[in-house]
Design a binder for this molecule. Structure first.
Ligand SMILES: Cc1cc2nc3c(=O)[nH]c(=O)nc-3n(C[C@H](O)[C@H](O)[C@H](O)COP(=O)(O)O)c2cc1C
Length: 391
């Protein structure tokens, strides 16, 4: 079973991720993992932090001579910013005078809920863990899941379909248009439509000018996914439910859509469901569809079409022109705390979304095909492909 969790604070020494359950013999492409980390740091509207950090995944265990060995993988990503925080956020008691309090909770952030929950007198420790810096750890292990999926012929990428009020969400962007976005060395907003991307940039500019922030929608697309991942047999085996939880778990994601699920709720069945045809030797088992409103999942099971999952991000809650709040100590009205912050993170969230989708699909694939070595996994997978071909 593929299991993972992460540790680390935003301004602590490092982030750590643990991944257990990958088969032995998977080649770990260090340059690819670091490139994924780089992609998570990009996008127009990021704050100063991303100029400080240049993320690198250091594998501490589970990888030897460039390949997984079946034992748990621990990966460490240093926080370069730690140098500036050593005195204010030490592991040992340190000097309380140097502590950097977050004195008034930011509406929309975890500050108030977290301080109440853990009985903190202010929100520094809350911010440190709630921060999406944590998503870098997920991207590092997500890259390993992506490498496993590639061995099975599946690719996972993302693109941006809306920033603020500018949206191309009513269009289905072809896989071939999404691929070049991931190869770019300069990332603006990861939108496949250059005109829309310029209008999206204007939305971010407006937020930058006015001390505000802006949200949006990313779409993760998994290409060439075999039918049969996930199951309707139990509620917690449904692929759509697993993907929704995985993407929703990303910081600032407030809604998840599979395929065109939102539009579907307002449309007649005839306009929604993807008619079925048959053309021998096409796809996995010869069955074809004229469209993909289902986003590649029916009954909680992948159906052989592309899987399309959208994450809807609220605007960032740290505002240069802060909203009203209350001082933790005096309980008097004050402006919410401000700390260097991103203004728009939708492309970065898309990269983290890819990681979560890849981890989820890899988990389902390993549950279906098993295998302690990659060779065994691929042999089992090949047997299933043959079964589909002969269906
Ligand atoms: C890639 C990424 C970067 C983020 N950067 C910031 C940031 O700089 N400032 C901020 O206030 N929130 C940022 N967020 C959002 C917060 O982490 C998030 O709103 C907060 O933890 C509260 O969680 P919730 O929005 O899921 O309720 C970011 C989110 C993502 C996905």
């Amino acid at each position: 079973m593929l299991r993972y969790f992460t540790a680390g604070e935003s301004h602590g020494e490092a982030l750590v991720a643990f991944l257990s359950g990958l088969p032995a013999g998977l080649a770990v492409d260090q340059a690819f993992v670091d490139r994924e980390l780089w992609r998570r740091q990009q996008g127009y509207g990021r704050g100063g932090r991303m100029k400080i950090e240049s993320d690198h995944a250091r594998f501490l265990s589970g990888v030897r001579h460039g390949k997984t060995i079946g034992s748990p993988i621990a990966v460490l990503i240093e926080n370069r910013d730690w140098q500036n925080w050593k005195d204010s956020l030490p592991v040992e008691p340190g000097d309380p005078q140097k502590h950097k309090r977050v004195a008034s909770p930011r509406p929309g952030h975890a500050d108030l809920a977290g301080a109440l929950k853990y009985d903190f007198t202010e929100a520094r420790y809350v911010l440190e863990r709630a921060s999406a810096r944590e998503s870098a750890a997920r991207v590092a292990i997500g890259a390993l899941a992506t490498l496993l999926l590639r061995e099975l012929g599946t690719e996972v990428l993302s693109h941006v379909v809306a920033i603020g009020s500018v949206s191309i969400a009513d269009r289905q962007i072809a896989w071939e248009q999404i691929v070049p976005l991931a190869n770019k060395d300069e990332v603006l907003l990861s939108c496949a439509d250059p005109d829309a991307e310029q209008r999206m940039k204007e939305e971010v500019d407006k937020a930058l000018r006015t001390g505000d922030s802006v949200g949006g929608v990313f779409e993760v697309v998994a290409h060439n996914v075999p039918p049969g991942l996930g199951s309707y047999a139990q509620w917690d085996e449904r692929l759509d439910a697993l993907l929704a939880a995985a993407v929703m778990s990303l910081q600032a994601v407030k809604a998840v859509e599979i395929g065109s699920g939102i539009q579907a709720a307002h449309s007649p069945g005839s306009a929604v469901h993807d008619e079925i045809a048959y053309q021998r030797a096409s796809g996995f088992a010869g069955f074809t569809r004229t469209r993909n409103n289902a986003g590649g999942i029916e009954g909680g099971v992948s159906n052989g079409q592309e899987i399309r999952v959208r994450g809807y991000l609220k605007p960032i809650s740290t505002l240069r022109r802060p909203l009203q709040s209350v001082d933790f100590a005096s309980r008097k009205p004050v402006k919410a705390a401000y700390e260097r912050s991103d203004v728009c993170v939708v492309p970065a969230a898309g990269v983290a979304g890819e990681a979560m989708v890849a981890l989820t699909l890899a988990r389902c694939a390993l549950e279906k095909f098993g295998g302690d070595s990659l060779k065994e996994t691929k042999r089992n997978f090949q047997g299933y492909l043959d079964q589909l071909r002969n269906y």
